[in-house]
Design a protein around this ligand. Structure first.
Ligand code: CAA
Length: 692
C-alpha cells in the first residue's frame, strides 16, 4: 500500500490516500496525487478520477506539523488544488469521516463531490489562527453563498452531509458503499462537458451591509484576533473581484496569519491538548473500568454541576446530601439549568425529563454501593473529607473509583484513611462544572494506573479536557492563580487601581482580570484560604487591603458588593469607599503610591503565573509546560490565541521574562533561569523531556 494508491475500476481511476490517522495532506500525499493525475492524463481509457480517503476519513486538512517548515519543504497543497481545478477530465471527491480545511479545499477543486450520510465538512482554520489557504475563501462563498461561508469559516464548525447537499456543496449522498457509489457517479458524469468549475461561478448573495455586519460581529466574537478579519476581507474579494485576484490575495494573507504569534499559540494548544492525554507508563493495554453508574456526595453548586456532566451523557447519578432541604434545592437548580437550556432551544423538554429521570436523590450514603465512581464534592475541610472517605471505604464496591473534587487539599492524606488508596484520585472540576471544559486529574502517590486511565477516558466521555497533575497545595491551576492574586494585590498596594490590573488582563484577552475573578468567586473564599495558609505556616493573621475589604462585609458579586459594586446586570463599578480604604491602607504602611503602567501590570501578572508554572514543572507537578497552558485556557479563560501563559512567555523570550521578573523584585524560578540562560523555550523543554 503506498501513500496514494491508484486502482482502475474500468474507465475510472480511483486514487486512495493512505496517510493515517486522519489522511492529512502530509509530505508524499501531493506527490502521490500528482502521479495519479499524471496517470489519468496519460491514459485515454481513463474517463474520470475519484479521490477517496483510506481508513476512517477523507483528508482532514493540511498537515499542521508542517506549518513551520520552510515553504519549499512544505507539501504544496495550493499547487495540487490549482492543477485539480484546471484538470481536463472530471474528478470526484468521495467524502467520508471529515473533509476539513485543505481536505475540503481539495474537494471544492474537484468537479463533483459525493459523501456518505454521516460525513462532515468544514473550514476550521480560524481555530488555528489561520485562514483557508488553498482556495477555500474563494470557492466556498461561490457555492454556499457568502453568508453561510462566513458562518462556516468564522466559527470553524463543520456541517453534516445532508446540510451540505441542501446547500449544493455535495452533489450526491451515497447510501451504500462510498467507493462504488463514487465510481458509479463518476462514470455517469464522465462525458459531461463543459466541466462545471466552482472557480468560474459568481457569488450570489453579497452586499456591502453583509460585510459591514460581519466585521461588526467580530468585535464580539473574535476581539483582538487577526485571522477572522482577514477571512472577511477575502470573502469580500470572492464577491467583488475575479477569482484569480482573490486566490492570489489568499496566499499572501495565509502566510501573514500563519506567521503570527496568534497562530503559533493556537497550533501549540491544538497539539498540547492532545498531548495532555498521554501519560508515560499508560498504554492502550492499561486496564480500564466501565463507568455505568456514578455517585456524587454534595448537591451544592459544584456537586450539581458535576452531576449534570454525567446525566448529559446518559450515566445515571445517585446524589447524596445531609438534609432533604439541601437535596431539594440541589435538584431544583439542576432542573432549572436544564429548563433554561431548553428555553434557548438547545434541549427538548423530553430530553430534560430523560436527564432528570437518571438522577436519584438520597440521604443515605449506603445507596452508593453499586456506583462505579463516587465523587465527593463537599466544602474544603480535611476532617470532613476524611470522614466521608472512611465511610465510603466501607460502602463502595470493590474496584469503585473514590474521587475527591478538592481544589487544594492533599489527596494523599485523603487516600490514607481508606484501605484502598490505589482507588483514590482527585477530580478537580472548575465552576460552573457543567460548562468549564477543564478537569484536573490529581494523581496521588498510590493511585493505580487503571484508575488514572479510567479517569482520562471518563474526561473524554463527558466532554472535558483531562490534564493529569500531581499533589501539592492548589495543584497546578489554583497554585498559580494564588501567586497571580498576590501580585495583583501588590500592584494595588504600590499605586495601581484594581481596575487597572483588570484592564491589563482584559486587554490581553482574558474575559476577567484578577479582581473581577475574585469578586465572582467570592472574596470570602480567598480570604479563608489566606487565613488558613498563614495559620498552617505559623505566620501572623493576614491583614492586606483586600482582607480589610472582606472584613467590611463586601464578599463579591454574591453580596452585590466586593472590590467593585454590581448593578442588576452584574456590571462592575468602582466604589469610593474601597478606593478610600486602599488609600488609607497605603498611608498606614507608609507607601507612597506611584503610577503603574499597563505594561508593568501585564508583565507582573502574567509572569507571576509563568514563574510559578516553571516551579511546578520542575517539581513534576505538571508533566509539560503545554499541560499548564491547557489548564489556563480551559480553566481560567486565558485566550487560546495567546497559547497559554507558558507559550506567551516563550513568545516574549524567556531571557526577557527572567529579566523583567528580576526588575520587579521577584526571583526567577531555577528552571526559568536555566532555560533563559541556555536561550531555550518551554516548548523545547517539553520536546527534550519527551525524547528523554
Ligand atoms: N495535521 C496533523 N496532524 C493532525 C491533523 C492535521 N490536520 N489533524 C489531526 N491530527 C493528528 C492529531 O494531532 C492526533 O495525533 P496524535 O494521535 O499523535 O495525538 C491524531 O491526528 C488524531 O487526531 P484526534 O485525536 O484529534 O482525533 P479525533 O478523531 O478526535 O479528531 C479530527 C479527528 C476531527 C480530524 C481532528 O483531529 C481535527 O479537528 N483535526 C484538525 C483539522 C484541521 O484543523 N484541519 C485544517 C488544517 S489547516 C489547513 O488545512 C490550512 C489550509 O487551508 C491550507
Amino acid at each position: 500500500m503506498s501513500i496514494v494508491d491508484q486502482t482502475r475500476e474500468g474507465d475510472v481511476l480511483v486514487l486512495t490516500i493512505n496517510n493515517p490517522p486522519v489522511n492529512a495532506f502530509s509530505p508524499g500525499v501531493p506527490e502521490g496525487l500528482h502521479a495519479g493525475l499524471d496517470a489519468a492524463e496519460a491514459d485515454e481509457g481513463v474517463k474520470a478520477v475519484v479521490i477517496i480517503g483510506g481508513g476512517r476519513t477523507f483528508i482532514a486538512g493540511a498537515d499542521i506539523k508542517t506549518f513551520d517548515l520552510p515553504r519549499e519543504q512544505a507539501p504544496d497543497l495550493r499547487g495540487f488544488v490549482a492543477r485539480l481545478d484546471a484538470f481536463s477530465k472530471p474528478t470526484v471527491a468521495a467524502i467520508h469521516g471529515t473533509a476539513l480545511g485543505g481536505g475540503l479545499e481539495v474537494a471544492l477543486a474537484c468537479t463533483y463531490r459525493v459523501a456518505t450520510k454521516d460525513a462532515r465538512m468544514g473550514l476550521p482554520e480560524v481555530k488555528l489562527g489561520v485562514l483557508p489557504g488553498a482556495g477555500g475563501t474563494q470557492r466556498l462563498p461561490r457555492v454556499v453563498g457568502v453568508q453561510k461561508a462566513l458562518e462556516m469559516m468564522l466559527s470553524g464548525n463543520p456541517i453534516g452531509a445532508t446540510e451540505a447537499k441542501d446547500l449544493g456543496l455535495v452533489d450526491e449522498i451515497v447510501e451504500g458503499d462510498l467507493r462504488e457509489g463514487a465510481v458509479a457517479f463518476a462514470r455517469a458524469h464522465a462525458d459531461q462537458r463543459p466541466l462545471p468549475r466552482i472557480s468560474e461561478r459568481q457569488v450570489q448573495d453579497a452586499s456591502p451591509e453583509l460585510f459591514a455586519a460581519a466585521r461588526e460581529g467580530l468585535k464580539k466574537t473574535h476581539r483582538g484576533q487577526l485571522s477572522p478579519g482577514l477571512i472577511v476581507d477575502l470573502a469580500e474579494m470572492a464577491a467583488t473581484k475575479p477569482f484569480q485576484e482573490g486566490w492570489d490575495a489568499e496566499a499572501r494573507l495565509f502566510m501573514q496569519a500563519k506567521d503570527s504569534p496568534q497562530s503559533r499559540g493556537l497550533r501549540h494548544i491544538f497539539f498540547a491538548e492532545r498531548e495532555a492525554g498521554k501519560i508515560p507508563g499508560l498504554t492502550k493495554d492499561t486496564p480500564t473500568t466501565e463507568i455505568n453508574q456514578a455517585g456524587i456526595i454534595g448537591a451544592g453548586t459544584m456537586g450539581g454541576g458535576i452531576a449534570m456532566n454525567f446525566l448529559n451523557v446518559g450515566i445515571p447519578v445517585t446524589t447524596v446530601e445531609t438534609s432533604q432541604e439541601a437535596l431539594d434545592r440541589g435538584l431544583s437548580t439542576i432542573r432549572r439549568n436544564y429548563e433554561n437550556t431548553a428555553k434557548k432551544g438547545r434541549l427538548t423538554m423530553e430530553q430534560v425529563e430523560q436527564r432528570m429521570n437518571l438522577l436519584t436523590p438520597t440521604l443515605d450514603m449506603g445507596d452508593l454501593k453499586d456506583a462505579d465512581i463516587i465523587i465527593e464534592a463537599v466544602f474544603e475541610n480535611m476532617d470532613v473529607k476524611k470522614d466521608i472517605f472512611k465511610r465510603l471505604d466501607t460502602i463502595a464496591k470493590p474496584g469503585a473509583i473514590l474521587a475527591s473534587n478538592t481544589s487544594t487539599l492533599d489527596v494523599n492524606e485523603i487516600a490514607s484513611v481508606t484501605s484502598r488508596p490505589e482507588q483514590v484520585i482527585g477530580l478537580h472540576f472548575f465552576s460552573p462544572a457543567n460548562v468549564m471544559k477543564l478537569l484536573e486529574i490529581v494523581r496521588a502517590d498510590k493511585t493505580s494506573d487503571s484508575v488514572l486511565a479510567t479517569s482520562l477516558n471518563l474526561a473524554r466521555r463527558i466532554g472535558k479536557v483531562g490534564v493529569v497533575v500531581g499533589v501539592c497545595d492548589g495543584f497546578v491551576g489554583n497554585r498559580m492563580v494564588h501567586r497571580y492574586g498576590d501580585e495583583a494585590r501588590k500592584l494595588v498596594e504600590e499605586g495601581a487601581r484594581p481596575e487597572d490590573a483588570d484592564a491589563a488582563m482584559n486587554a490581553l484577552g482574558l474575559p476577567m482580570g484578577p479582581f473581577q475573578m475574585s469578586d465572582m468567586a467570592g472574596l470570602d473564599i480567598g480570604y479563608a484560604i489566606r487565613q488558613h495558609q498563614a495559620q498552617v505556616r505559623g505566620q501572623p493573621k493576614p491583614d492586606g487591603w483586600l482582607d480589610r475589604i472582606v472584613e467590611t462585609g463586601r464578599k463579591g458579586q454574591k453580596t452585590g458588593a466586593g472590590i467593585y459594586d454590581y448593578d442588576e446586570s452584574r456590571r462592575p463599578r468602582p466604589n469610593a469607599d474601597v478606593q478610600r480604604l486602599i488609600e488609607d491602607y497605603r498611608a498606614e504602611k507608609g507607601v507612597q503610591p506611584r503610577e503603574v503602567s499597563r505594561e508593568e501590570a501585564t508583565d507582573r501578572l502574567v509572569y507571576s503565573l509563568v514563574n510559578e508554572g516553571a516551579k511546578i514543572l520542575e517539581e513534576g507537578i505538571a508533566q509539560r509546560a503545554g499541560d499548564i497552558d491547557v489548564i489556563y485556557i480551559y480553566g481560567y479563560g486565558f485566550p487560546a490565541y495567546r497559547g497559554g501563559p507558558m507559550q506567551y512567555a516563550d513568545e516574549m523570550g524567556l531571557k526577557n521574562v527572567a529579566a523583567a521578573l528580576e526588575e520587579y523584585g521577584q526571583t526567577p524560578a531555577p528552571l526559568l533561569k536555566q532555560l533563559a540562560d541556555e536561550g531555550k523555550t518551554f516548548a523545547q523543554y517539553d520536546r527534550e523531556k519527551a525524547r528523554a
